[in-house]
Each structure stands twice: as C-alpha cells, then as structure tokens.
Write a protein that binds this ligand. Structure first.
Ligand code: BDR
Ligand code: CA
Length: 312
C-alpha cells in the first residue's frame, strides 16, 4: 500500500476523508498531523484523535503542528463546523489517546529524511502552514516527497470564505505560496471539483443504511455542516471537500484536469488567498500542479459509501 501522512484540521469533511483513507487497503496511513484551521489547534488535534477512536485505529499517532498561520491573522470557520469543529457528533468523554509529544513539523522532517525518496505521499486537508514550515526549515525534504495531494483553491468557483478565495488557501496564503513554489508534484482538488460532490439527502441516507458506527457518524457530521451550506448555496446538498483527495488516490480515473501553473495572491486585501490558475496557458510559467476540475460524482459517492461500510 501507498504510505500517506494526513495533515488536517478536522472539520467534519476532514473526518470523512480520514475515514475513507482508513477504510482503504490501498493506503497505509502512517500518521495524522493536526494544524490550526477550521478550529484552533487543540480542537483539531482532539478531533483527529476522536476520529481515529471511532474507526478503532488508536494505533495511528497524532502529532500537533502549527497553531497559527505564517503571516496572516488567524481565520477559523466555526460558522460552518460548529464550535467543536465536529458538531453533529455526540461527545461525552475526552478522547482516550493523547497527541504525541514531538512536534508535527519535526515528525514530518524526520520521517521524510529517514525514508527513501518517494516513500511518502502527503495529503493536506487544511491550511498549508505545517508543510510550509517544514519546507522552510528543511528544504531538502522537497525532493523526498512523492507528491502532495491537497484540497484547496478554486478556478471557476472562486471563493467560499471571500469572493475570491477558498478557505484553506485564504487562511495561510504565505504557506500556500511556499508549498506551490517548492517544486514538489502537486495534485489540487479545488472547489471546482468539491462543489460537484454534493451530500444530498439520498446520499446521506445511503451512509445511514450501512448501519455501522462510522457510516452513521459520517451522516451525522455532514448533516450538521450541511445546515450552513444548504442555506448558503441553495443546492440539494452541501459540497463535500476533503474526501476528494483520498478518492483521487484511490480512483484517479474518476477525475479530470490539467497540469497548469498555479500562483497564490498573498498581498491584495481584496483577493488575498486567491489561486491564480493559468488554465488557458496564457503565460509561459511552468506547470506546478495537476489541477482537477471534473469529477464523476456518482462514482465518488459509490466509492465513499462502500468504503465507509467497511469500518467499525
Ligand atoms: C475547506 O475548508 C474547510 O472548511 C474544509 O474542511 C475544507 O478543507 C473547504 O474550503
Ligand atoms: Ca479541512
């Protein structure tokens, strides 16, 4: 199986992405590294541990990375995810497992350096702060990463946190600039894709019909975050973002896109965090990312429903 490290800010959709990875024998989830994003770091770390507990995978270590973005004021998204970040789940006791004492950034650097080149794929589901700090402290790791598969940015769908920017990139544009400039193969799942993967009532009912704890938890969590999105978009279901990264690792053939140049706007107050995508190749800037825009959303939900059903 392919070794992955998931860098994440759970978040209901992050939680479902982690479930999908854990349910998939093609992937070997080596660790989860929490980053501040949807909610502050202590919550994202705790939430990552709750998700592992639900899936019965407390053997996977959780590390904590950055608690603040590099250069921007901190933006969180409790308005979407609720004050805990995982609203929709019933929490009673605190999570049974603790975070690792070592910093998530040290973990990333050391693991990549002691592995063989190309051994690890990084999956990034939140602001790119941890990866940017690791790349700044240890630029040599850029040649060691197999690729980074990330949810973030947009081309035709533009923004969800401002009119111009998607949340993960907006929350730390400096970090995104570093990651997009690192020369590492990047696969980008932007809003163009995720806005087509709508969690409709029928699809959530299919999760519930599986009846297992994790499928029910996924339905409960997404029903919560949906409340906000349904009102916002007026669609038949809320977009499901982060699991698209894992689905790409499992079934890349259900996605379509192009290798293009993507730059990040870091300065303009109006469009900060915008992904400037040279989709039509109107510049001679070199491609730095496989930027996906198409998805077979039925195939995506078939995959997700079937895989979640394999979990406890
Ligand atoms: C991204 O922002 C977060 O709210 C979600 O978890 C996802 O990673 C979507 O813009
Ligand atoms: Ca996320």
């Amino acid at each position: 199986p392919r070794k992955i490290i998931i860098d994440t800010d759970p978040g209901q959709d992050d939680a479902v992405a982690i479930f999908l990875a854990l349910a998939s024998p093609e992937l070997d989830v080596r660790a989860i590294v929490a980053v501040a994003g949807n909610v502050p770091l202590p919550r994202t770390s705790e939430n990552a541990r709750r998700v592992l507990e639900l899936a019965g995978r407390t053997d996977i270590p959780v590390y904590e990375g950055a608690s603040r973005p590099l250069a921007a004021a901190q933006t969180t998204a409790e308005h979407v995810h609720g004050p805990t970040g995982l609203d929709g789940l019933d929490f009673t006791a605190p999570p049974a497992i603790a975070a690792q004492p070592e910093s998530g950034i040290t973990y990333l650097i050391d693991t990549l350096r002691t592995g063989t080149p190309g051994e690890y794929t990084l999956v990034a589901l939140g602001p790119l702060t941890n990866l940017a700090i690791a790349l700044t402290l240890a630029p040599d790791i850029a040649t060691l990463v197999r690729e980074i598969v990330l949810m973030g940015g947009a081309w035709s769908e533009l923004g969800n946190i401002t009119p111009a920017a998607e949340f993960n990139i907006y929350a730390d544009p400096k970090a995104a600039e570093i990651v997009f400039g690192a020369g590492i193969p990047l696969v980008v799942l932007p809003l163009d894709v995720t806005h087509r993967c709508l969690a409709t009532p029928a699809r959530l009912a299919a999760f519930r019909a599986s009846g297992n704890r994790c499928s029910l938890a996924a339905a409960d969590m997404l029903s919560f975050s949906e409340r906000f999105d349904l009102a916002k978009y007026g669609w038949d279901g809320a977009p499901l973002h982060d699991p698209c990264t894992i689905a790409w690792l499992l079934q890349p053939e259900i996605f379509g896109g192009r290798s293009v140049n993507v730059r990040i706007e870091t300065e303009s107050p109006l469009s900060r965090g915008m992904t400037v995508v040279d989709w039509w190749k109107v510049t001679d800037r070199q491609a730095n990312a496989l930027f996906l825009r198409d998805v077979d959303d039925t195939a995506f939900y078939d995959l997700l429903t079937a895989r979640l059903a394999r979990l406890p």
